[in-house]
Ligand binder design. Structure first.
Ligand SMILES: O=C(O)CCC(=O)C(=O)O
Ligand SMILES: [Fe+2]
Length: 541
């Protein structure tokens, strides 16, 4: 059908809709100029879309007729361009361009082009063979004496239609920017504009200059109404930068911050060091313990590394410098990327943890983009434990740093949305230096500590390719609506969440400040209630 009324799509057209952090979901247009009764008279949405059964057949609307909101359903032109060129020719060109890039004054290091370990074609993930896409990884320096005067790590994803099809820019460093999307990808429209303003005879250098300018001089690219957000971003960077540089003079173990020195044969458990050096399935299987299906553990840090890490955190606390907390329930933990450890932790994540994740969870664990890394801390008289939850990660690594403690086990239940997601599957006892590895969608929580103090380093690793695949969308979009399977029976008490569940109060008492959550839960969704389900009474106001 031809598009009507100036809209790009017609009723019946197959489309993909941007579900925000949930990725893209496929469906078909069922109405144009859609309206809901309660909307003001002038408000319409260009399209109503019925999502595919894989996404719960939900009826949604697209608020804007823009490619970033709704696009034609097709294999992403990004990964599998129809007008792609010979791969060898593109690789040669990219090599020549990366050589030019090395000479740019802001560039610290360049790696690649490397074939991606895993990529998405708009719906599914595939292992690239030789036709791309490729990644170019680089570290560059922001302008000195500004809020951006530190190393920035970015990755360029390039396909075989390069340079006709632009590179996607992924920013691994945690930088505040009005142009950065939630997943760490630079806004495509802003990048295109900045590329057209950049000067260079190499398209790759132009892209990198444009990315640097967007990230480090955001006000130049903002319309008047956006200047405020650019200024806010600048201020947040300044604050972060200040903490990092102030603390750099007070560090107890400088080597912990150094990507060349922190995670080496001196600090990594010898079994792990051997396995990662060999990196074969046999080597990994000889050190991995399967604690229960899809939950694994490995020896990772030597006790000396754990001890130094804990001393460093104690030192940071003692300075009184402001720290960002990992979540609202852990008031004494700390986001370690924010105190200057990011370069070293990048190295830990990409060189040491990535190969293990590829072995344990091929596909989703085969490639990581940015990671959110923090330390949780539990102590009697402070935070005791952590409510049942799922992580905003694709793969989570959880390493016990010490100190000595009793209680504080890690309870695992089922996968989010499954019939047994509130059934207990494992109580894991942390061991010094050992790392537990699990998927982010696994329901888990920390038992209360009864004695001593426990600190754990948590790495939430994310994979952009996976989050764009149908699998992730199905799991996340669908599971929030119709996708929760009917629960097989009442929950096991250890799997109850006081922040999420509608029946917590039926089985357990809300103690102290937990009271305020009574009646506010959403889980399980109504259609997924087990036989005989009873919801709790709401809180009397
Ligand atoms: O305390 C632990 O070991 C788990 C912490 C955790 O699950 C989290 O912070 O997401
Ligand atoms: Fe967690």
């Amino acid at each position: 059908m031809a598009p009507t009324e100036g809209l790009r799509f017609s009723v019946g057209d197959r489309v993909s809709c941007n579900m925000g952090s949930d990725g893209w979901a496929s469906g078909k247009v069922v109405a144009l100029n859609y309206r809901e009764d309660h909307w003001p008279p002038t408000k319409t949405a260009p399209y109503q879309v019925e999502l595919d059964p894989a996404y719960g057949s939900a009826l949604i609307f697209a608020p804007l007729d823009q490619p970033r909101v709704i696009r034609a359903e097709m294999p992403s032109t990004f990964s599998l361009p129809e007008d792609g060129r010979e791969a060898a020719e593109v690789v040669e060109e990219l090599k020549a361009e990366t050589a030019k890039l090395q000479k740019e004054p802001c560039i610290v290091s360049v790696l690649g082009p490397e074939l991606m370990a895993i990529a998405e074609d708009g719906t599914e993930m595939f292992v690239p063979k030789d036709a791309g896409p490729w990644l170019i990884t680089l570290t560059m320096m922001g302008p000195a004496d500004t809020a951006y005067g530190s190393n920035l790590r970015i990755q360029l994803k390039v396909n075989s239609a390069w340079p006709k099809s632009p590179a996607e820019v992924r920013v691994h460093s945690w930088i505040h920017s009005p142009f950065l999307k939630q997943n760490g990808v630079l806004d495509e429209a802003a990048l295109a504009e900045a590329v057209s303003a950049a000067e260079s005879d190499s398209p790759l250098c132009k892209t990198v200059r444009a990315a640097r300018a967007l990230l480090c001089e955001p006000t130049k690219f903002c319309e008047e109404d956006g200047t405020e957000s650019a200024e806010d971003a600048c201020e947040s960077n300044q604050e972060r930068f200040q903490v990092i540089s102030q603390y750099s003079a007070m560090r107890q173990h400088d080597w912990l911050f150094d990507p060349q020195k922190a995670y080496t044969a001196d600090s990594i458990h010898p079994d792990y060091w051997k396995a990662v050096s060999v990196n074969t399935p046999e080597a990994w299987s000889s050190i991995v313990t399967t604690e229960v299906e899809e939950v694994f553990s490995v020896p990772l840090f030597k006790p000396e590394l754990c001890e130094a890490f804990v001393e460093e955190l104690d030192k940071f606390h003692a300075t009184g410098l402001p720290a960002r907390r990992p979540n609202s329930m852990n008031n004494y933990g700390i986001v370690v990327n924010e105190i200057g450890m990011e370069p070293a932790l990048d190295q830990l994540c990409h060189s040491l943890l990535q190969p293990l994740a590829h072995y344990l969870f091929p596909g989703v664990g085969s490639q990581f983009d940015r990671h959110h890394t923090f330390v949780v801390r539990y102590k009697v008289g402070e935070d005791l434990g952590l409510d049942m939850h799922t992580d905003d990660s694709d793969v989570t690594f959880n390493i016990c740093l010490g100190k000595t403690f009793k209680g504080a086990g890690l309870q695992f239940c089922g996968n989010q949305g499954s019939a047994n997601h509130r059934k207990a599957s494992l109580q894991y006892q942390h061991k010094l230096g050992h790392c537990v590895v699990h998927r982010g969608h696994r329901r888990h929580g920390a038992d209360d500590i009864t004695e001593g103090e426990r600190l754990n380093l948590i790495v939430w690793a994310r994979n952009i390719e996976y989050r764009r695949s149908r699998h992730w969308s199905r799991f996340n979009v669908q599971s929030r609506s119709t996708g929760y399977k009917r629960e097989s029976g009442p929950p096991d008490p250890v799997c109850l969440s006081f922040t999420h569940d509608r029946d917590y109060g039926v089985f357990k008492e809300y103690v102290g400040s937990k009271q305020r959550h009574r009646g506010k839960g959403w889980c399980p969704p109504v259609h997924a209630e087990y036989d005989g389900f009873m919801g709790e009474e709401p809180l009397d106001d």
